[in-house]
Design a protein around this ligand. Structure first.
Ligand SMILES: [Zn+2]
Length: 420
């Protein structure tokens, strides 16, 4: 059966255009004007975009199911318009060997509502001591790269070895940059006025950019693909800009919270404003937006990190780092950046669809012959984020009670259309 998405504002070839999209079975069969089909969905005034791609989520399964599961966290991603996500390896057991990856494949088959991939860890148990078997782990289609996210790889020698392995296996290093040498015990929010006035231990910018700059130089020497997770500092943006100018295969992502909030927005020291890297200064936020505009930072990822209420009820210096984000990422960015003329919609869509696909080599786009993985979004519909309408198992977000525009109305996965 053929279905036509009729008269939508279609994000096609980097532009939003009034077009019809025909889906035949699992595939996009035609894109054009005045198409007819057996089944027509009226998309007048709706945005029709390739499904979003999230290069950075923590599904918490296996091992931390009290925080979230593959079932709950992919469901929340679906409601956020995502069709493809890549999970981080900091599970328990750690996603560092063949057996754990094989087990994950079975879990995903059973419970995932979207295309779900994973990174392999870089080092065994994220301990930074011993490399995983890159060749063996990379042989799985579900493995999209290598990351010790949650922890930085402290040793330069270890990172160098990892990059060489990534290159030999035609894969990518996805780096959580955090120099523990810069961290003081109990550090929980950005180092600045807010940390000082509240007697909290601050996290400086160098804890991120030390390793980002170290790795950019290393990857230039080695020639491997390298991607920086959740960039939060102006220095990391500046470094990435310099290396990208040299045409190197390096990239980076920004998260919605780092683009919308600063440490000055932290209310009542609520732990839902605590994530790693932390909310930074206005200067850092501005540099990130500039980086997205000039093509230095090419991806918007969520770092979706569910935690239970009990964990997040602890004081800010004791609660775990991380917030949820995949259900509302697009709405928040659309409402607080696009509608405020800080970024244009096309840039945001590129950074959430085509660009992250390119980073990991996913064959995903709005184009004839591609699998129909599409989100249809009403940009005019306003809603409020509340505990009741969050699909994640966790509710840890600083955006509770925040109003947003941009509700996902249909989710299409390999041609299977679901009205949400
Ligand atoms: Zn991280």
């Amino acid at each position: 059966m053929k279905t036509v998405l009729k008269n939508g504002n279609v994000f096609y070839q980097n532009k939003i255009q009034k077009l019809d999209v025909e889906i035949d079975g699992e595939t996009i069969s035609r894109i054009g004007k005045e198409l007819d089909g057996d089944n027509v969905i009226d998309c007048t005034d709706l945005l029709v975009t390739p499904g979003f791609v999230d290069l950075h989520v923590h599904l918490r399964e296996p091992g931390f199911e009290h925080k979230g599961t593959i079932k709950t966290e992919t469901l929340s991603a679906k409601y956020g318009g995502y069709t493809h996500i890549v999970a981080m390896a900091n599970t328990n057991p750690c996603m560092d060997d063949k057996e754990t990856i094989e087990d994950f494949i079975q879990r995903v088959k059973k419970d995932s509502s979207i295309h779900t991939y994973t990174y392999s860890a870089i080092t065994k148990d994220l301990k930074g001591q011993e490399l995983v078997n890159f060749k063996e782990n990379n042989a799985f289609d579900i493995v999209q790269g290598f990351s010790d996210d949650g922890k930085g790889v402290q040793s330069k020698e270890m990172m160098e070895k990892a990059m060489k392995e990534a290159k030999a296996n035609k894969s990518i290093i996805v780096a959580h940059c955090e120099d523990e040498g810069e961290l003081e015990k109990g550090a929980c929010i950005n180092l600045g006025r807010v940390s000082k006035e509240n007697g909290l231990v601050g996290i400086n910018n160098a804890s991120e950019y030390n390793h980002a700059l170290r790795d950019l130089q290393l990857s230039k020497e080695i020639g491997n693909r390298y991607h920086i997770c959740h960039i939060s500092t102006k220095e990391t943006v500046a470094g990435l800009r310099e290396y990208r100018k040299q045409g190197l295969p390096v990239s980076g992502e920004a998260c919605p919270h780092h683009l919308i909030l600063t440490d000055e927005n932290i209310k009542n020291l609520n732990p839902n404003y605590k994530m790693n890297p932390p909310l930074r200064s206005k200067e850092d936020l501005d540099a990130l937006i500039e980086g997205l505009k000039d093509g230095t930072v090419t991806c918007i990822s969520t770092d979706h990190a569910p935690h239970s209420d009990e964990e997040k009820l602890k004081p800010i210096d004791q609660a775990p780092f991380g917030i949820i984000g995949n259900q509302h990422a697009f709405s928040l960015v659309y409402t607080y950046l696009v509608k405020k003329n800080l970024l244009d919609l096309e840039t945001v869509l590129k950074c959430m669809t085509i660009n992250p696909s390119q980073v990991i080599g996913l064959d995903h786009d709005m184009a004839v012959g591609k699998k129909a993985n599409i989100a249809i979004i009403d940009l005019n519909e306003e809603y409020t984020i509340t505990r009741d309408n969050i699909y994640s198992k966790a509710k840890n977000t600083p955006f509770l009670d925040t109003k947003c525009f941009g509700l996902v109305k249909y989710h299409i996965l390999d041609g299977k259309i679901e009205k949400l």
